[in-house]
Design a binder for this molecule. Structure first.
Ligand SMILES: NC(=O)c1ccc[n+]([C@@H]2O[C@H](COP(=O)([O-])OP(=O)(O)OC[C@H]3O[C@@H](n4cnc5c(N)ncnc54)[C@H](O)[C@@H]3O)[C@@H](O)[C@H]2O)c1
Length: 241
């Protein structure tokens, strides 16, 4: 089998870094796209292509995707992982807060996937993986724009799966529960957030980034061509469809 190429957005840290490292470990050539340089990720992956751009910037996204194909020749897997999850009371949420969450979490996966599409079609095989959230099931009251954006991402996943199936491209979403990343620890995990989420889980421990890796590798697997339009709920039994 030819060597596959993967692009992971938000690869500087957290889940994105874990996904990039896991794909490299499976033999993928990996490019990461983030707002910030990705020194730590680059240090963990041989031949890592580090791309610095804002995923909401349509022109920049197109230019960076061209760089992936210039360097690696192909593109097969897109992991739309970059995301923001501010927590704020609904009445204090401004229209600008709302727009920012929607642009990063929902519009950017559209921009990145559309820019990647010519390359996935040329490869005749593709996997698009969108990182949603189990918050769409648990609906925390201080994350209204976030839940709306991730629910939108699930709708995007479903409809895009139908649109891209004729090209041999699957589109799926993964919905983690609260995961111990630096950003989650600093924000939603502060003030006992991890403990309260854990209390609602069947699995009595906090989810770690490594807990999502086997699901990602399953979704992108050669043998997973019949799995499309789905949301895989990896939440330790805390949320049910
Ligand atoms: N950590 C959790 O508890 C949790 C739970 C469920 C879902 N998720 C989802 O998983 C994904 C990753 O979460 P995380 O905790 O690893 O986050 P994180 O903050 O650790 O990492 C996100 C990365 O995305 C990058 N990023 C943010 N905005 C960007 C932009 N406009 N352009 C390019 N890059 C940008 C950041 O620089 C950062 O490196 C997000 O989509 C998040 O919503 C996280």
């Amino acid at each position: 089998m030819e060597t596959r190429t993967a692009l992971v957005t938000g690869a500087a840290q957290g889940l994105g870094q874990e996904f990039a490292v896991a794909l490299a470990g499976r033999g993928y050539r990996v490019a990461g796209l983030d707002l910030v340089p990705q020194r730590e990720t680059a240090g963990r992956i041989l031949d890592y292509l580090e791309l610095v751009a804002d995923v909401t910037d349509e022109e920049a996204v197109r230019a960076e995707l061209e760089r992936v194909v210039d360097q690696f020749g192909t593109l097969h897997v897109v992991v739309n992982n970059a995301g923001v999850y501010p927590s704020k009371p609904f009445e204090e949420t401004t229209a600008e807060d709302w727009r920012r969450v929607m642009r990063v979490n929902l519009e950017a996966p559209f921009l990145v996937t559309q820019a990647a599409l010519p390359y996935l079609k040329a490869a005749g095989w593709g996997r698009v993986v969108n990182i949603a959230s189990a918050a769409v099931f648990t609906a925390p009251p201080t994350m209204v724009p976030y839940v709306a954006s991730k629910m939108g991402l699930i709708g995007f996943t479903r409809a895009l799966a139908a649109a891209l199936a004729p090209h041999g491209i699957t589109v799926n979403a993964i919905a983690p529960t609260m995961v111990r990343t630096a950003t989650a620890e600093r924000t939603v995990g502060a003030d006992g957030g991890f403990a309260s989420v854990r209390a609602g889980q069947a699995v009595d421990r906090t989810q770690e980034p490594a807990d999502l890796v086997s699901t990602l590798l399953y979704v992108v697997d050669e043998g997973s061509g019949f799995l499309t339009g789905q949301t895989l709920n990896v939440s330790g039994g805390s949320a049910y469809l």
